[in-house]
Write a protein that binds this ligand. Structure first.
Ligand SMILES: NC(=O)c1ccc[n+]([C@@H]2O[C@H](COP(=O)([O-])OP(=O)(O)OC[C@H]3O[C@@H](n4cnc5c(N)ncnc54)[C@H](OP(=O)(O)O)[C@@H]3O)[C@@H](O)[C@H]2O)c1
Length: 301
């Protein structure tokens, strides 16, 4: 049976185990994918902890991870546009995880991988880059607008820096000093994170994209319209202040648009760590530290 990195009950890293799991069978509208790479995200440990049990129901043992790239090895009923042998990437289907040799995706949330995009880069498109892409669409910023990105060196933050710069938006990125070089290399003005953040930010901005979830009541004072505050670190907190979270579009169309940007070298996913499935626990620990730079990927084959 194929291997998969699972958690056997809600809790900490001690609940994680590499297990053998039955080969998944694609249902209507689904694809069976031989995984080549899986993206690692904070949502993975949050689901494992039980914090997401109201919105992400699981059956134990549950396979970790929400996004993959790989090769189609099976096609469910009613699927068009995909064939066995296609290189693809996408979000995993409900009840299936990414840290695995084989998984299922919904064809509607899967896209063909351009040959110019590596499996590792493609695997991190659906969550981090996709979230930044959707947030930027929601903020509807034009060239010359100003944007503050908090958590600028992480997976979503660095994606937002690049996508906003492509639109001609002037970006300020808040991150720890270890991430200064990365933030500046992506065209943003770096501001050090930490206490009394507002004292280091001159004036107001047209929008704030927050990937951390702290100090929202201070951050909202930087925008004229509170709707221009988006927080993915604390969606409820942003909503209480008149802002919002991100409305995600996990569609083949959106994923294809982003992959074209990566293929054209307009967006670099910044995969900074690649670990094999046998070291999936270490990969997740890097992200669970809360201070990772760029993206962490599990390479499966
Ligand atoms: N709603 C959605 O659809 C959605 C999608 C993706 C992610 N999320 C959520 O968004 C958050 C960020 O995700 P991610 O993938 O970007 O995480 P990540 O890759 O782990 O990056 C987190 C970043 O936050 C920075 N950070 C931590 N504390 C900070 C502070 N006080 N000020 C400034 N930066 C700080 C860290 O850098 P330093 O080391 O410099 O502190 C790190 O670079 C997570 O809570 C995740 O669950 C939500």
């Amino acid at each position: 049976m194929p291997g998969a990195y699972c958690f056997i009950e809600y809790g900490g890293p001690e609940t994680q185990q590499l297990l053998e799991r039955p080969m998944p069978t694609p249902g209507p509208g689904q694809l069976l994918v031989a995984v080549r790479a899986a993206g690692v995200n904070p949502a993975d440990w949050k689901v494992r902890s039980g914090a997401r049990r109201a919105t992400v129901p699981v059956t134990f043992p549950a396979v970790l991870g929400r996004e993959v790239s790989g090769v189609v090895t099976g096609v469910g009923e009613g699927v068009s546009g995909f064939s066995v042998g296609d290189a693809v990437f996408g979000a995993t289907a409900t009840g299936f995880g990414g840290y695995a040799e084989y998984t299922l995706t919904d064809a509607s949330s899967t896209a063909l991988k351009p040959s110019a995009v590596s499996f590792a880069d493609a695997a991190v498109i659906p969550v981090a880059i996709g979230t930044a892409y959707d947030a930027l669409t929601q903020l509807d910023l034009r060239a010359g607008s100003t944007l503050l990105v908090v958590g600028a060196g992480g997976g979503t933050g660095q994606s937002m820096l690049q996508l906003a710069a492509l639109r001609g938006v002037s970006v300020t990125g808040v991150a720890g000093s270890a991430k200064r070089e990365l933030v500046e290399s992506l065209g943003a003005t770096w501001v050090e994170s930490g206490q009394h953040l507002l004292s280091r930010i001159p004036g107001t901005v047209d929008a704030v994209f927050d990937a951390v979830g702290a100090d929202l009541s201070a951050l909202v004072t930087l925008v004229t319209d509170p709707k221009q505050l988006i927080s993915i670190g604390n969606t409820t907190g942003a909503q209480e202040l008149g802002g919002s979270g991100v409305t995600r579009r996990r569609t083949s169309e959106v994923f294809t648009e982003i992959a074209a940007l990566v293929a054209a070298s307009k967006v670099d996913p910044h995969v900074t760590a690649r670990l094999p499935l046998s070291r999936a626990g270490e990969a997740l620990a890097l992200v669970e530290s809360g201070h990772s730079t760029g993206k962490v990927v599990i390479e499966v084959s």
